[in-house]
Design a protein around this ligand. Structure first.
Ligand SMILES: NC(=O)c1ccc[n+]([C@@H]2O[C@H](COP(=O)([O-])OP(=O)(O)OC[C@H]3O[C@@H](n4cnc5c(N)ncnc54)[C@H](OP(=O)(O)O)[C@@H]3O)[C@@H](O)[C@H]2O)c1
Length: 225
């Protein structure tokens, strides 16, 4: 694959709404993007659809690949799969994501007739689970509260929200905050270590409740920064 691995962002599970939306916004900002799937052809089809949705077509174009090939191509590897598939997927990426910054935006939530709720994660949070399963990667938590509906709505020229960025490695956290900040309207804000990821991930259940009550796609803003 002919990609610039210095800057490429790989989005694992990028065929879903969150991955597609992030891919669109990064591509609009000029970031090389490769989206991954368990099925390489599905990823290529999704990449074609995203390139067609952007007019003019992004340069470089969004690419599609199998998840492991996508992870190898990325400097930053964003994980956008449901929590149910999180652990087994990360185990399969241990080698291909080695040496990369892995950004986990997975919210371990369940849903029932009363709305969303936090589910227990043995490691404490999805991000800490990622760090345990990917010892040779630098894991950062980010993008938990960014609405896929807003990301995918290209009629919106800005995505007006802040992104809480968590991690042990300040350099990697800054790289991910800078990536968030390349999307107009969005700011990446360093928000602490991975041991504090749980409350950030589970805050999404409250945002889901806000969205249901006010029929909106809410985001968060940090004031004073
Ligand atoms: N949707 C939002 O607004 C939003 C906002 C913030 C954060 N998030 C988080 O982002 C993640 C993705 O959200 P989403 O709504 O895009 O999810 P999704 O549509 O349910 O899944 C995304 C992709 O993950 C892959 N996938 C599904 N089940 C899998 C499994 N068991 N193992 C491995 N891969 C699997 C699928 O791709 P392939 O079949 O092509 O492999 C699917 O297209 C979630 O963890 C969510 O908490 C979502």
């Amino acid at each position: 694959m002919d990609v610039d691995t210095d800057h490429t962002v790989a989005i694992i599970g990028g065929t879903g709404p969150q991955g597609r939306g992030l891919a669109l916004r990064f591509a609009l900002a000029g970031v090389p993007v490769v989206i991954g799937s368990r099925d390489a052809e599905r990823a290529e089809r999704a990449a074609d659809e995203l390139n067609r949705a952007l007019s003019p077509a992004p340069d470089p174009a969004i690419r599609g690949a199998a998840n492991t090939d996508a992870a190898r191509a990325g400097r930053i590897v964003v994980i956008t799969v449901p929590y149910e598939g999180h652990a087994s997927l990360l185990e399969s990426l241990r080698e291909s994501a080695a040496g990369r910054i892995v950004v986990d935006c997975v919210n371990p939530l369940g849903f029932d007739g009363r709305g969303g709720y936090a589910v227990e994660v043995p490691e404490g949070s999805a991000a800490e689970q990622a760090a345990a399963l990917l010892p040779d990667s630098t894991v950062i938590g980010a993008f938990h509260h960014v609405s896929a509906a807003v990301l995918n709505d290209l009629a919106r020229s800005t995505v007006d929200c802040d992104v809480m960025v968590l991690g042990e490695d300040r350099t990697a956290a800054t790289a991910v905050a800078d990536l968030a900040s390349c999307i107009p309207g969005m700011r990446g804000i360093y928000s602490g270590r991975l041991r504090n990821a749980r409350q950030v991930e589970t805050l999404t259940a409250n945002i889901v409740a806000i969205n249901r009550r006010y029929r909106t796609d809410a985001g968060i803003r940090i004031t004073g920064v």
